[in-house]
Each structure stands twice: as C-alpha cells, then as structure tokens.
Design a protein around this ligand. Structure first.
Ligand code: RP5
Length: 181
C-alpha cells in the first residue's frame, strides 16, 4: 500500500475531514442525505487501512464540480471511485463517462420506490461506459470491490482480503456449531 500511495507529481492533497491526504479511493455522494448509506464503505476502508476521501458531488446540483472531480481523480492517484446516489441516480454513470477509473455505483434508497429506481438508473448503463453496481444500499460490498481492485496490484491487500474471507467463514461455522449444540 505504501508504494501505491506515493502521490503522483501532480497530486494535490485532499481537504481534511474524513479524507486522507493521498487517497486511493474516492467516495462521493449526491447529497449529504446519502451519508448514512455510504458510511459503511468508509468503515470497511478504515478496517483495511485503505486511504480514501469522502465528499459530496451532485450530478444535477453541482455538475461542473462533478466533471472536475472525475477528470482529476486518476491524476490525483485514486484507483477507484465509489459513487452513491438516490432518485434519478445519474452520478455514478456521469462520473464513469469522465474518467477511465473503475466506478462502483451504490443505489441509495429514496423516500419512495425503495431505491429500485436508483438501482435501475445505475445498473442500466449504455454499452461502453461500465459502472459496477452493487445492491441497494450495499456500500459494504462497494468498498470490498474497491479493495479487490486495489488488491489486484497489492499482495498485502490481497492477503488482507483472504483473511477477511476466513473470518467470514469462521463466523458462519460458529453459528452452525451453536445451532447444533
Ligand atoms: C440525489 O437526490 C441524492 O443522491 C439523494 O439521494 C437524492 C435526494 O437528495 P436531497 O434532496 O436529500 O439532498 O441527488
């Protein structure tokens, strides 16, 4: 990870808050109302010690900011963008159209339609501009997918993912033992 986080010469540090100065993953969301849905992604990245940044970037309310974010992301050293949005959830797809980085889309539940509208908006990308879409509100899997992308170039991260899978297996087997007692 240290080798991966060496910033490119053009990199500018992120602002403070949740953000690491030289993040590998960008977590963006259409509104602050999306934050509770996206926070589990931050928690998983914390658990794997993957540096990330987290900010608001709306496809509809701040389109210029969204385009700048997407265009500069790779040059700043990001390896993956997690984008969450609800309603007319255009953010992940629009960001994917302005970067060559992998984009993972998280459908956020709105006040109506239970997030199915967001899921359909994000998953139904036109041929040529892919977005890796996770389940409705499944920011945990979005982070794990981002970590897998990073792990493909970092044996250390790949080993952490293998250990995570062992823990998951143990968790289930412990439940089996309890049931059978
Ligand atoms: C989308 O509209 C956001 O991603 C959010 O899920 C939804 C509602 O936004 P707010 O009206 O709560 O700011 O752009």
């Amino acid at each position: 990870i240290d080798a991966l986080t060496t910033p490119p010469p053009s990199a500018t540090p992120s602002a403070g808050g949740y953000s690491h100065p030289y993040p590998l993953v960008g977590i963006i969301m259409g509104s602050d109302s999306d934050l509770p849905t996206l926070l589990p992604a931050a928690r998983i990245l914390d658990a794997f010690s993957i540096p990330y940044e987290l900010t608001i970037c709306s496809a509809h309310r701040t389109p210029a900011r969204m385009v700048t974010y997407a265009k500069e992301a790779a040059g700043r050293g990001l390896r993956c963008i997690i984008a969450g949005a609800g309603g007319a959830a255009h953010l992940p797809g629009m960001v994917a159209s302005e970067t060559t980085l992998p984009v993972v889309g998280v459908p956020v539940k709105g006040s109506v339609l239970d997030g199915v509208d967001s899921l359909y908006s994000i998953v139904q990308m036109p041929r040529g501009i892919p977005v890796a879409t996770v389940g409705i509100a499944n920011a945990t899997n979005a982070a794990l997918l981002a970590i897998r992308i990073i792990g493909s170039a970092s044996p250390e991260t790949a080993a952490d993912l293998a250990a995570y899978a062992v823990d998951l297996e143990k968790e289930v087997l412990d439940k089996v033992d309890k049931l059978e007692d």
